[in-house]
Design a protein around this ligand. Structure first.
Ligand SMILES: Cc1cc2nc3c(=O)[nH]c(=O)nc-3n(C[C@H](O)[C@H](O)[C@H](O)COP(=O)(O)O)c2cc1C
Length: 371
């Protein structure tokens, strides 16, 4: 749209017609303020200087560039070019929301304690989080996951996922620092069903593995509530350090209580030796760890009754002892000792008890008739 030096409209194109809601026929020769409310062009006429601004008409956004028309050094009119930038504004809003989503994704990736990385189908790393560098002890992200085979891993999860065409979990020992890693490769497929990305999670399970080693007998044990089902043990301390059992319970808030039967009383007794924390006590005494269903520490496979417990409360008793109260979240009961109506067959369980320095059997039961 342009005006002469009197402010009368001299030209208006179809887009400006739409913007002003006027027509060429009506507008030409009219004073500009009778057609548009924004009097920017008159300002340009007065000052003889160009200027640009953004403004809004209804829901649409515009940018305008207004310039004086100068002839022989004199301002003889002004021309305004108005551009509808609603779409551009919309796209820029879309872009910033995509940016926010990407930021959000990065925050999630970086907040993970487990390594997460995304590779293409050839194992080229597209993205990896800091936990990946930390867990493997790497200084920078390598280009290819497969390049880690040899120095860090024995196999590549990328190849295993491609061979099997499905989600795979394997245990790998980091050859550099001996950490035990649980590595899961999840294939991401295109709409045609081809694998084009693999999401890899690496979790350091050295600590969980460590829990697979700890066993000790505790005779200060009893049940203290049926609803909720609570049991307790009382743990003293070694001369110079806390008992590993207590350290583990404080750290993981989980433990298993296994009822000891006559069949494995000797192995149980040996676990009472104050082994160093690094010793695998299951292996040392010849008992078998079996994965628990709900908690991380394993149970003793040989036990006929095992209780998966979550820490309910710790209570310091004097200087040396700690009462550990656990809530049973899962019972494992061997078929041969299970009686209907939630009862246990003691004659089959053959639980042993500590009786001063020796052990006692529990098979010699007798009822007492109440008078
Ligand atoms: C039959 C038996 C019963 C025991 N009962 C307890 C007990 O109730 N509380 C305790 O602190 N230690 C008890 N002990 C000693 C611990 O089992 C022993 O200190 C063990 O080495 C602790 O192992 P940890 O350091 O791996 O936890 C008992 C030992 C035996 C052989």
């Amino acid at each position: 749209m342009s005006i002469d030096n009197n402010g009368l409209i001299t030209s208006i194109n179809p887009a400006a017609e739409r913007m002003t809601g006027s027509t060429e026929e009506k507008a030409i020769g009219q004073f500009i303020s009778s057609v548009v409310t924004n009097l920017g062009l008159l300002e340009v006429l007065k000052k003889g200087e160009p200027y640009s601004e953004k403004y809004q008409v209804g829901k649409r956004k515009y940018i305008s560039n207004r310039s004086p028309i100068i002839r022989n050094g004199k301002v003889v009119g002004a021309v305004g070019v108005f551009q509808d930038i609603s779409e551009i504004e919309f796209i820029s809003a879309e872009l910033s929301s995509v940016e926010n989503i990407l930021n959000e994704k990065n925050i999630v990736l970086e907040s993970s304690n487990d390594a997460i990385l995304i590779t293409d189908y050839q194992g080229e790393i597209i993205q990896a989080n800091q936990a990946f560098l930390r867990i493997l002890g790497l200084g920078s992200i390598p280009e290819s996951y497969n390049s880690l085979v040899g120095d860090y891993f024995d196999t590549s999860i990328v190849s295993t996922v491609l061979e099997n065409q499905q989600l795979i979990t394997v245990m790998e020992r980091n050859k550099k620092n001996q950490n035990l890693l649980m590595v899961t490769g999840t294939p991401v497929t295109t709409t045609e069903g081809k694998i084009d990305r693999i999401v890899i999670n690496l979790r350091n399970i050295t600590e969980i593995d460590h829990l697979r080693r700890e066993l000790a007998p505790f005779s200060f044990f009893t049940a203290i509530s049926s609803e909720p089902p609570l049991v307790c043990i009382s743990i003293g301390s070694h001369k110079d350090r806390k008992k590993d059992t207590l350290v583990n319970i404080e750290t993981t808030k989980e433990f298993v209580i296994n009822s000891v039967s006559e069949e494995w009383v000797e192995q149980m007794d040996q676990t009472g030796t104050p082994f160093e924390a690094s010793v695998n006590e299951f292996e040392q005494v010849g008992l078998t760890p079996e994965a628990s269903l709900i908690i991380k520490p394993p149970r003793v496979k040989e036990a006929k009754v095992s209780m998966e417990c979550k820490l309910y409360e710790l209570l310091a008793l004097g200087a040396d002892f700690t009462l550990v109260i656990g809530q049973v979240v899962n019972f494992h009961i061997a078929k041969e000792v299970y009686l209907p109506d939630y009862k246990i067959d003691h004659t089959q369980l053959k639980a042993v008890g500590r009786l001063a320095g020796s052990y006692a059997r529990t098979t010699d039961n007798f009822p007492v008739k109440r008078r």
